[in-house]
Design a protein around this ligand. Structure first.
Ligand code: UD1
Length: 448
């Protein structure tokens, strides 16, 4: 592996904070990076092929670096040149993924499907729970079992192997109890090289699932129906090389839409696939924000006269994405009226509410429901991002809050946003990344 930044030495991820002076409007054009959740799973998908895979538009993220380290540890050649990744899994022969990395990055667990398909055996540490919920892997495991794998979980490791002399998984009809994105992707990858046809019912319909199917098909896989609830995969014996471009990140784009709306700014965003953003766009329009398709793959967002309250319920795609819930909570915090947010996908994903309250929001949480009473203005304060999208929500709120907001927890933000602080600076935001010790000293002296 070369050309990839070392996560440990990444821009002071763990020891820096973001300082924002709010109340300034944004203007100009922002370039949306490649989708994190696609890039990560495409990297896992490259394990299915023993020839060269070139993937373009790969965002600069700590998670991508960690995934690259997982692939390297499996014996895969991987090289980064700017936003292009070259992956060659010809000599990939290690079936055991490293504990320290898989436990930090859930998407790396999804590689179990590709490893099993290629090698007939896989040992994957369980990804573990995380800040937003328990996040089990039972649907992944049951699907692999339906395809003939023997799977046992022991000492925190998911051990899977395919019995029989040819070590090939068998096509199966699989019904998912819930449309899990990761389970759909794991099983789609596993089925790509299986013997016979697999049908996944109640499959996830997220754009990243479609991107993975298109990527696999570009290597010669036979997948149809991705983007609907029923996916058919006819197994093939091997895949060939590809040159593929990751779709734009709909969650990053949605985050910039909320940043524009909360600062009453006019912004251009590209490249985007507007269809992927429909739930967020529809909700913003309901709140009074004007969004037009300026050109193909380009959106213009214009300020609302008054930001109106709105209710949100997170759902699997094409419902409102859970990954946008936190950023919308920031926006609703200063909307005119009361809003109700119901988080139905993850059981513990409202922890940003209390941090937003530090900024002057009026939000009460009961179970998976947040009651948001709009206030006229937020005021800057030190806050802590507890997960990736929670940190993004605090950035959005900080852009509108009066005075100075300092945000800790950038190790989460850097997992999923490609140089967010730089992009915001280019739009005119007063944002800087400083060392945590300097921020602490500034807060202490302000208190005296
Ligand atoms: C993916 C995304 C994440 C997004 C989520 C929902 C990646 C790398 N991450 O996560 O950003 O928030 O989709 O859109 O693509 N579940 C089970 N058993 C399983 C699998 C999932 O009960 O075997 C449950 C989860 O606990 C959760 C729900 O299903 O409550 C949805 O999870 P899932 O769609 O699997 O999310 P991820 O694929 O982990």
């Amino acid at each position: 592996m070369s050309g990839l930044p070392d996560v440990k030495n990444a821009p002071e991820a763990d020891s820096s904070v973001l300082r924002i002076w709010g109340g300034h409007s944004l203007r100009g054009h922002v370039k949306i990076s490649g989708a994190k959740n696609s890039a990560l799973v495409l990297m896992a998908g490259a394990l299915l092929c023993s020839e060269d895979c070139r993937i373009h538009n790969v965002p600069m993220l700590a998670d991508v670096e960690r995934m690259a380290q997982v692939l390297s540890a499996l014996g895969v050649r991987i090289e980064r040149n700017g936003e292009t990744l070259d992956i060659n899994a010809k000599d990939f022969s290690t079936s055991k993924a490293p504990y320290e990395l898989v436990t930090q990055l859930r998407a790396s667990f999804f590689a179990i499907g590709a490893i099993l398909a290629r090698l007939g055996v896989a040992q994957m540490p369980l990804p573990g729970g995380c800040a937003i919920g328990a996040r089990p892997v039972d649907l992944h495991v049951r699907g692999l079992q339906a395809m003939g794998a023997e799977v046992q979980i022991e000492h925190g490791i998911c051990n899977a192997y395919v019995p029989g002399s040819n070590r090939r998984l068998k096509g199966a009809k699989i019904y998912l109890d819930s449309p899990s994105v990761g389970a759909t992707e794991t099983l789609m990858m596993a089925a790509t090289l299986a013997d016979g046809e697999t049908v996944i019912e109640n499959a996830a319909r997220e754009p990243e699932v479609v991107d993975l199917a298109n990527f696999c098909n570009s290597m010669g896989a036979k997948i149809t129906g991705a983007g609907t609830s029923t996916i058919h995969i006819k197994g093939v014996s091997q895949l060939h090389s590809t040159d593929y471009q990751v779709i734009p990140d709909r969650i990053e784009a949605g985050t910039f839409l909320t940043a524009a709306a909360i600062t009453h700014s006019e912004l251009l965003l590209s490249p985007v696939i507007p269809d992927h953003l429909l739930p967020a766009i529809a909700k913003l329009q309901e709140m009074g924000v004007n969004i037009i398709e300026e050109a193909p793959n380009c959106l213009r967002v214009m300020p609302a006269e008054v930001l109106k309250a709105a209710d949100i319920e997170t759902l699997p795609h094409p419902g409102f994405p859970t990954d946008m819930q936190a950023q919308f909570m920031s926006l609703l915090a200063i909307a005119d009226g009361d809003s109700l947010i119901s988080e139905t996908v993850f059981e513990n994903r409202l922890r940003h509410a209390s941090e937003l309250n530090r900024l002057g929001a009026d939000i009460r949480v009961k179970g998976n429901i947040a009651f948001v009473r709009g206030v006229p203005l937020l005021s800057g304060a030190p806050v802590l991002g507890t997960d990736l999208r929670a940190a993004a929500a605090l950035v959005v709120a900080g852009l509108a809050a009066s005075g100075e907001t300092t945000i800790k927890g950038l190790q989460f933000l850097d997992r999923g946003y490609d140089r967010l602080d730089l992009k915001l600076q280019q739009l005119g935001a007063k944002v800087e990344r400083i060392r945590e010790v300097d921020a602490d000293a500034a807060i202490a002296s302000a208190a005296h």
